[in-house]
Design a protein around this ligand. Structure first.
Ligand code: PLP
Length: 255
């Protein structure tokens, strides 16, 4: 069985973060492992507290998983601060982990800040150059290039992000008018379309997408096919989102 490692943060409400990643791994037919870098006290309404672990805690988990179970792909999610981004980049580089999907999580749908502002530079200088694919959403993509959000300039934004070192960039379309993801691999652009399901129950959609993408890369698909399959899994999970769980945005449900 292929093995995919999530390096990310716990969501006590289990809609997003590590918990969403494990559900996506199960859905995609891979064996999921985890390196938990921080934990949130969180429910469907919002994040009440964030507790960060020291970077060494993440490094030890990554080393334990890699030395015995092995890693066919890795996904990074919420890393919270610059020290953690740097430690995670160092471990991925040192251990030579393959198929690296970097989801540069910055702000939750609920508005909670999930990345300290000074960590943005560390992402660019240390983690993006190791990435097979980075998967910012529209807001994250423009925040990373330091420009105001402009849907008409997504292609330029993707080119600027690609120059930061990842093999490919996918700006996910959940916040755009069409819902299509934009893939740029340094040579050309592809739009990955799929059914758009109007739903309030989107908590964890981004985590589900990036974990599914890592899973399909581990399973041997090329980036475009993996992206298309991951888009389908995430959009299905939104369609089946659990509105009855909690008072806020319900968690997605990857069947
Ligand atoms: N909490 C954690 C731990 C996350 O990793 C993320 C996103 O990656 C979120 C919350 C935000 O999820 P959403 O914006 O889908 O509500």
């Amino acid at each position: 069985m292929k093995r995919v490692l999530s390096i990310a943060t716990s969501d006590s409400g289990a809609g997003a973060g590590i918990q969403a990643d494990l559900k996506a791994f199960l859905r995609c037919g891979v064996y999921g492992t985890t390196a938990i870098v921080a934990t949130t006290a969180q429910n469907t309404v919002g994040v009440t507290d964030i507790f960060a672990f020291p970077p060494e805690v993440a490094e030890k988990q990554i080393e334990a998983v890699a030395s015995d179970i092995g890693v066919d792909a890795v996904k990074t999610g919420m890393l919270f601060n610059a020290g953690m981004v740097s430690a995670v980049a160092g471990a991925i580089d040192r251990l030579g982990l393959p198929n690296v999907v970097v989801d540069p999580v910055m702000v939750a749908e609920s508005g909670a800040v999930l990345l300290e502002p000074d960590a943005v530079e560390t992402y660019k200088s240390e983690l993006f150059p190791l990435a097979t694919v980075i998967t910012p959403n529209l807001n994250e993509a423009f925040a990373l290039v330091g420009e105001p959000v402009d849907e008409d300039r997504m292609e330029d934004c993707a080119v600027t992000l690609h120059a930061m070192g990842p093999k490919a960039v996918i700006i996910t379309g959940g916040h755009t008018s069409t819902g299509a993801d934009l893939l740029y691999d340094g040579e050309g652009f592809k739009r990955i379309e799929g059914p758009v399901h109007p739903s309030e129950n989107t908590h964890g959609a981004g985590c589900t997408y990036s974990s599914s993408l890592a899973s399909f890369l581990a399973l041997g698909y090329g980036i475009e096919e993996a992206a298309s399959r991951a888009h389908a899994v995430a959009s299905e999970a939104v369609e089946h989102g659990l509105g009855e769980i909690g008072e806020g945005a319900g968690p997605v449900h990857a069947l």
